[in-house]
Design a binder for this molecule. Sequence first.
Ligand code: GDP
Length: 481
Amino acid sequence: PPITVRTLSEAIGHPSKDIMRILWNEGNMVTINDGLSEEAALEISLELGVELEIKRQETAKDRLTLSVESDEDPANLEHRPPIVTILGHVDHGKTSLLDKIRSANVTSGEAGGITQHIASYQVDHNGQKVTFVDTPGHAAFGEMRARGANITDIIVLVVAADDGVMPQTKECISHAKSSGAPIIVAMNKCDLPDADEQKVLQDLAANEILPAEWGGEIEVIRTSATTGEGIENLLETILVTAELHEYKADPKRDAVGVCLEAFLDEGRGVMSWLIVQRGTMRVGDVILCGETYGRVRAMYNDRNEEIQEAPPSTPIKVAGLEEVPSAGEFFFVMPEIEEARQIANDRRHADRAEVLSSRRKSLSLDDLLSAARTGSVSDLPIIVKADAPGSIEAIRSELEKLDHPEVRVQIIHEAVGGVNESDVYLASASGAIIVAFHVIAEDRAEVLAEQEGVDIRRFRIIYELTDTIKRSLEGLLEPEA
Ligand code: GDP
C-alpha cells in the first residue's frame, strides 16, 4: 500500500513510534514499513490533532500523496461546549434523565419536536451550552471507542439510589475509566422512599469511584428524573468540569466529526446524525463519511430547525449522503466531490478482509508481549470473567504476585459471568485480552471477538493462567533470538 507508518510520520510530522503506539493500542501490531489504509491514516492523524489531506495524483490512479493542511493554529482555538454521554445500568434512568434535561430546556412551543428520536441534543444552561449524546447503552459506547471515535468529553454515570451499583454499572465504570474522560455520578431516583444514599456511596467507593464528599475526586449529584430535583446541579457540575478541562476547537477550519447514527427517510433520502468535533459545517459542503460521501443538501439542528452552519460540538442531522453510513464512522469535509466519491468507492471496493487486517490484526497475548519487548507497551491490560467472586479474588491475587520490572499486569475489568459484547468492545478499545475462567463467551461476543481480533483465553486452573502469563513475561527478559 502506498501509505506506510513511515510516510505518514513524515507527512504529519509526528514520530513513527507515536503512530505505532496508537495502532498497537488498537491491537494492530505494525512495524514502521507496514501499510495503512487511508481510513486508518486519517483517523490516526485526527487522533494526533493533525488534519491530513490525501491527494490523488493524476498520473497513477493508485498513487497517493499525503499532505497536511496547515491548521491547529493555537490562535484559532476557541471554547466549545462539552460533549456528555450518560451511562448506567438498565432502568436506572438514563433515558428519563436525558428527556428531563431536554424538556427543562425546551420552550413549550418546541415541545412537539421533543417526541422525535434524536441521537444528540444541545441545551443552554445560563448562557453556556452542553451537548448530550444518546448512546444506546455502554456496549455502543465501547463500540464507538473500539472504532477510534472517542467523542465523549465527560461521562455521567447514573446509579439508581434504590438499587446501587449493579453488574452493568460496573461495566460502565470500566468503560468510563478506560476512556479517560472525567466522570460525574448522578445518583438518580432520590425521590424514592427506599433510596439508600449511603449504600450507593459505599458501592461506588468499593468500585474505585471515590465520592468527593468522602475525600475523593468524583462528584455525586443527587437527582430525580421524575421531580427534576438535582438537574440544575448536574448541569452546573458538568459546566464546572468543562471549565476545568478547557475543551477547545478551531471553528474556522473545515468540519471533522463522527456519525452517531443514520437512516433512510422515504421523503428525504439518507439522513445522518453527525456531531461536529472541529471546524464549522456548512450547507453545500462535500463530506466523506466511511464508505459514502455526498454534498450537504440540508442541515437541521436538534429541534428540527433548518440551519446553515454548525460550529464545533453541534449535533446535526444532515441530508445529502449517497448511502447510509455506519455509526462511529468519521466524516471529513473535502474540497471536491469527485475526490470524495473516489475515496468512498475505493473504500467500498477494497477487499474487506484486507481493510480489517490492516486496521485490526488480532491482538493476542503474544502480540502484546512482543510489543512490551520493544518497550512500546508497559501495561498488560486484562479483563477477567469468571464463574464466582472467589475465583476473581484468587486470580487477582495471583496476578498481583507477578512482579515484573517493566510490564504491569493491569485488570481493567473483572466480573462474574460469561464474556459479553461489552467486554469485547472494552478489550478492543483498550488493547486488552480477555481471560475466561470456567466461563464461556456468549455467541454474539464470540463472533464479535473474531471480527475485532480480540483474544479470549479460556482457563480452568488458575495455575495455568498465571503460569502462561508468567512464562511469557519471563520470556521478555531473554535476549531476542
Ligand atoms: P434507562 O434504562 O436507564 O434508560 O432507564 P429509564 O429512563 O427508562 O427509566 C427506567 C424506569 O425508572 C422508568 O419507569 C422511569 O420512569 C423510572 N425512573 C427514572 N428515573 C426516575 C427517578 O428519578 N425517580 C423515579 N421514581 N423513577 C424514575
